[in-house]
Design a protein around this ligand. Structure first.
Ligand code: PEP
Ligand code: MG
Length: 286
């Protein structure tokens, strides 16, 4: 079965109704991009930049980040979605230190970290602008709760564009939907965006009130729980015309869950690279 799936992995997935589903890759370390073309990836749906640069002693320069993004773009034929620094809680970075908090998962994490000092975010967005002039690079913001946070992030992108001779026309900008509030107000959150990507890892943790990595409550941490799937359906139904819905949480890598997500209206699944052939095969069976 695996061999058959691998042989067909390069082919696009087209559903019975004629709509295409893109199966793309989650990338953390640069080595995750090795062999992506062979595995059938239709692109890269999530670059965890806080993992990509985790080994560096200091904040990478705009040049370094641009080069790393273009390297990734060279590893696939489709678009590459750069997620801005998702630092904090389970993803600490030595060069973006965060003051200790009682509840780090409910505190300064992702986009929120940069409210008090946006410069590292703006620099990263400069690198996105540079890379997007040469390759099909997209950008998305993590840990958005409210529509005004998207406005704030877009203002930072405009600031980066001002330093780089403009934001490249056609740059696709999106947000993660991984906080229940963002799912519940997705039409407003997405009104200035071209896509949203549901992060089922965090969405499940926040919906179920069960911490990621907390063994005592792992049974509750089920991304296929009806409460989580109901929010996924709501996002697909209410996101608004012309806004694509992706899922980039680990649940999308499980073929049986992937099929359910697609049935709810998701049209891009970003999965761990080894899962690509099997996820594609499962979707073709629909
Ligand atoms: C998620 O929360 O589902 C996600 C994809 O992001 P991360 O696992 O990096 O928090
Ligand atoms: Mg997350």
């Amino acid at each position: 079965e695996r061999e058959q799936a691998e042989a067909a992995a390069g082919d696009p997935v087209v559903l019975g109704d004629g709509s295409a589903v893109h199966v793309v890759a989650n990338v953390g370390a640069a080595t995750d991009a090795n062999g992506l073309r062979e595995s059938g990836a239709d692109g890269i749906g999530l670059v965890r930049t806080e993992v990509l640069f985790a080994d560096l002693p200091e904040l990478p320069s705009v040049e370094q980040q641009t080069a790393a993004f273009l390297d990734l773009a060279g590893a696939v034929d489709g678009p590459v979605t750069i997620r801005t620094w998702d630092v904090g809680a389970d993803k600490p970075l030595p060069f973006l230190a965060i003051a200790p908090e009682d509840n780090p998962f409910l505190g300064a994490r992702g986009l929120r970290v940069f409210r008090t000092g946006p410069e590292p975010l703006v620099q990263q967005l400069q690198a996105v602008c540079r890379a997007a002039r040469e390759a099909p690079v997209r950008v998305m913001f993590p840990m958005v709760s409210r529509p005004d946070e998207v406005d704030w992030a877009l203002a930072r992108l405009a600031e980066a564009g001002d330093r780089e001779g403009g934001v490249p026309p056609g740059l696709a900008v999106g947000a993660m939907v991984e906080v229940p509030a963002a799912a519940l107000r997705v039409a407003e959150v997405a009104r200035r965006l071209s896509f949203v990507s549901i992060g089922t890892n965090d969405l499940t943790q926040y919906v179920m009130a069960a911490g990621r990595g907390n063994e005592a409550v792992q049974d509750l941490l089920d991304p296929a729980d009806p409460a989580v799937l109901r929010l996924v359906a709501l996002v697909c139904d209410e996101v608004g015309p012309g806004v694509d819905v992706a899922v980039c949480g680990d649940a999308a890598s499980r073929p049986e869950v992937a099929a359910r997500l697609v049935a709810l209206g998701v049209r891009e699944l970003s999965v761990s690279p080894p899962a690509i052939p099997l996820v594609k095969a499962a979707l073709r069976g629909q």
